[in-house]
Design a protein around this ligand. Structure first.
Ligand code: GUN
Length: 285
């Protein structure tokens, strides 16, 4: 296997350790980064995700709070809570776990979080800032991928980058970040013609489609950097997950590759913690 493995678990652990040190230094000066996570309803996966986020924030020494609300919560009640958190100077990051129960207008609710506390980077103001190259908050998964590239010594400047998948959470912001880093970017999707040929042009190939092992070796230029965002359950297994990349054969061709699990996944929460620290510092001035 010629490809070098990009170890997301290790990179995320290193980032968390750096953030814990930074948080301790800020605390000495009287600033404690604050993250509030809101979970509405009982979706089992969301219960686990939100608990993890709350716990990691606490481990880093942040002021960390998980607010759990019943699925019967009204839109007005949720908006009232958001308004209170927007006004609370000890809360620097607000994360509302998606999906929200039916009857709540997710798009509108997310737009009511103050953009400077929007640690998900989903607010239209932050989307606009990202695409115009202004300082804002950036969605955690693509921002975490840029961190992985940076610490691995991969500079996108001048390279051809191909992103497969055009979601608002990963594909589009990933394309913007690579563009801001001076890559030449192609954003592909389900209607792209001759996808393998387009992908074979990539020096950096990011797969975020949600289809198990779809990216096979014939999509990959020898030596390319392959980043796998996919998290796909394997039918008939208990908890086995695979990425969007057909790992073993692609690793024979690629120069660098992220595994699943242990690649991009661990970066997302670590980057959420970084976004919270960034928001706290900016709020402080
Ligand atoms: N649900 C699944 N992933 C995410 C995420 O990154 N942010 C939020 N708010 N909800 C999610």
């Amino acid at each position: 296997m010629p490809a070098r493995i990009i170890d997301g678990k290790q990179i995320a652990a290193d980032l968390r350790a750096d953030l814990a040190r930074e948080a301790a230094a800020l605390r000495e000066r009287g600033l404690v980064p604050g993250l509030t996570v809101i979970l509405v309803g009982e979706d089992p996966a969301s219960v686990i995700y939100t608990r993890n986020k709350q716990q990691v924030a606490a481990e880093l020494g942040y002021k960390s709070e998980l607010i759990r609300l019943p699925a019967t919560t009204t839109q007005d009640e949720l908006l009232e809570l958001i308004a209170r958190l927007n006004a609370d100077p000890t809360v620097h990051g607000i994360l509302i776990q998606s999906p929200l129960p039916p009857g709540l207008d997710e798009e509108f609710i997310f737009s009511q979080v103050h953009p400077d506390k929007d640690v998900d980077g989903f607010h239209p103001v932050n989307v606009g800032r990202l695409w115009t190259g202004q300082k804002g908050l950036v969605p955690c998964t693509p921002a975490g991928i840029m961190h992985m590239l940076r610490v691995t010594g991969i500079d996108p400047k001048g390279l051809r980058a191909v992103v497969v998948g055009r979601s608002n959470i990963v594909g589009k912001p990933m394309a913007a970040l690579l563009l801001n880093a001076h890559a030449t970017v192609t954003l592909c999707h389900s209607r792209t013609r001759d996808l393998p040929a387009v992908c074979r042009e990539a020096d950096i190939l990011v797969a975020a489609v949600g289809r198990a092992r779809m990216i096979t070796a014939d999509y990959v230029k020898p030596g390319a950097v392959v980043i796998d965002v996919g998290v796909n359950k394997v039918p008939g297994t208990k908890n086995k997950i695979v990425g969007d990349v057909d790992f073993e054969p692609v690793a024979e061709v690629a120069g660098h590759i992220t595994p699943v699990p242990g690649g991009v996944g661990p970066m997302t929460i670590a980057q959420l913690m970084k976004n919270t620290l960034i928001a706290a510092r900016r709020a402080w001035g």
